[in-house]
Design a protein around this ligand. Sequence first.
Ligand SMILES: [Zn+2]
Length: 283
Amino acid sequence: MAVHAHPDDESSKAAATLAKYAAEGHEVLVVTLTGGERGDILNPAMDRPGILENLPEVRRGEMAAAAEALGVQHMWLGFVDSGLPEGDPLPPLPDGCFALVPLEEATEPLVKAVREFKPHVIITYDENGGYPHPDHIKCHEVSVEAFEKAGDPEAFPDAGAPWTPLKLYYTHGFIRDRIYRFSEELEKAGMENPFREWLAKWKREQGDMMARVTTQVEASEYFQQRDDALRAHATQIDPNGFFFAVPLEWQQRLWPTEEFELAQTRVQTAIPENDLFAGIEEQ
Ligand SMILES: [Zn+2]
């Protein structure tokens, strides 16, 4: 089970791993907490009449196409996108948005989903949300809470029979070394390099995310499916943007894995791992 804040996050974070496990016969479910109602249109080609006015509906269609591209199941939890507050001072969060829902209330439907789907592994974001969007941080909080409480018969008694998931992972996409290798290769080839500026202002503390990685899953065979899923989110993902700056074959050669941090485990496993299910079958 991969828990995500908005439709498109499942395609931009560890998507190839989901496609891989689904292809190998695992049951894979993406849970999307909000409807992405406050997303901007980030693809100039989609900035046309009828799209922004109907964004929630448009994004539902995009999400269904992305899930199909990845070969995974999908479930909406129905919370309302908080939007990314911008400005100085930051504006208050909008009434009723996901980030303002009290933790217990926000966690219950996820606990219910965990008890129904019975995942062995749950994937979410780290405590910083991967990037500081209030819905991403809240996604982390409810995922950790659900991982801890789903198996507790005293907790959320109205949300189904207890089920204890075994491993909790955080995805880590912003690996400096990965971006650096891509950047170098683009420079060598004399191609446009959208990462140059990004790397130049990369903060020190963001630089060592690799130090938190415990698990690298080789998923290069599924990068094409990941890209198809990304493109399905046509309002959110610019097909000429940085996601597609590096040719697929280069990515497969230079960085064929996706990165995870094993945050909690109830089975024995040896670090580093190359499989999210390591230790589970043994048990
Ligand atoms: Zn998001």
